[in-house]
Design a protein around this ligand. Sequence first.
Ligand SMILES: C[S@@+](CC[C@H](N)C(=O)[O-])C[C@H]1O[C@@H](n2cnc3c(N)ncnc32)[C@H](O)[C@@H]1O
Length: 259
Amino acid sequence: MPNSVSIQSDLPGYGTGAPIDFGVAPSDTKGRMCAPVTFGRSRFTQAYDLLARHEELQFEQCVAIDGLEIEVHPNVLSPSLTTTSRFFAQTILDQNPHGSILEIGVGTGYCLTRIGVARPSTDLFGSDINPDAVAVARRNLVRNGLHGKIYESDLFEGFEGMSFDMILFNPPLLFGEPENRLELAIFDRQGMTIQRYLKSLRAFLAPAGRSMILSTDRNQRENNGPSFDEVLDGCGFRHSVVATLDRAFEVYSAHLVEV
Ligand SMILES: C[S@@+](CC[C@H](N)C(=O)[O-])C[C@H]1O[C@@H](n2cnc3c(N)ncnc32)[C@H](O)[C@@H]1O
């Protein structure tokens, strides 16, 4: 079994809104350049900062997070590097999840694993479009003594004819083009993924089923788009914000959605 390492989840400099002095313009492995930051932090700089921190993780190892041992992978965003995964997982647990739980975009499986450990009677299902996430999420369930079914799937593609008591999605939140498997966790083409999710959601919810979805206010502020509440209104859902996470540069909301 790989060694476990504890990694501080709320890393200094990430998510604080404080300027970062890179000295030289950082570039990623594809040679894309982003300008040195002199004031504030652009959303792309923050994303590149997160990706750079991800590269620094010691892979083939596990992170210890919330009493769980979670294997990490170079192509799958580690929940130890963001505050949102833990915020989302805790918010879901506060909503008393029961019955069958499907997490779309399961990533490392941290969230599903946390639910399964806290609520052993739940039936766990997950999907991810990233095959590396599927493999690592499967291993993380087993590593933490759980059973579950994790499929490689574009959203609900692999679940035709099934319905669930709770469906979860912590989606890629920034408008942009993902250029590799890791970036599928961060960038979404003009919010198309979340729109497709909302369009399909009803068909996969059991009677009285619920969905928990994470949103940011950033695209609304930066692109003058509708708020996520307005998007949910437009889809005809009953919904409420059950928790918010204010990170100075943006506010994340956990939405409870019902049909
Ligand atoms: C922000 S990450 C969340 C990961 C994990 N649920 C967590 O909270 O730590 C978003 C996840 O959605 C996955 N994803 C992106 N587009 C997807 C799609 N069309 N279908 C399924 N999963 C998708 C990404 O690969 C990534 O694992």
